[in-house]
Design a protein around this ligand. Structure first.
Ligand code: AMP
Ligand code: ZN
Length: 114
């Protein structure tokens, strides 16, 4: 039995505020937003982290990026700019082990990250 939180959101077992969806990718609002726009884009197939990306599944990252850019336009943050973030492992700050791209925008974001 897959006990992954984001797989349960994909299966609609756990509710989420979904903003976009296609055959391979799902996007929903982060429950604890760190910026006026904070959306998570995930593959519908369970991939734990960037460490599991291979030549066979790397295309999904492109699909996630295209969805993120479409959402950036509909959210109206494309002109001012935004950030993509993918955290990996403990030092990267990953807390959910189903790969996800954070789309952050709507304010000036600090750099470097904490
Ligand atoms: P990360 O720390 O990079 O693994 O990011 C995980 C993100 O998932 C965090 O920003 C959380 O706020 C978010 N999150 C956790 N549970 C949920 C949920 N049920 N619905 C939406 N976002 C969630
Ligand atoms: Zn999963």
């Amino acid at each position: 039995m897959n006990d992954c939180l984001f797989c349960k959101i994909i299966e609609k077992i756990i509710p989420a505020d979904i903003v976009a969806e296609n055959e391979n990718v799902l996007a929903f609002k982060d429950i604890d937003s760190k910026a006026p726009t904070h959306i998570l884009i995930i593959p519908k197939n369970h991939i734990e982290s960037t460490l599991e990306l291979t030549g066979d599944n790397i295309n999904i990252l492109g699909e996630m990026g295209l969805m993120a850019n479409n959402i950036a336009k509909t959210e109206g943050i494309d002109e001012a700019g935004y950030r993509w973030v993918i955290n990996t492992g403990i030092n990267g700050g990953q807390s959910v082990y189903h790969i996800h791209l954070h789309l952050l925008g709507g304010r000036r974001l600090g750099w470097p990250p904490g």
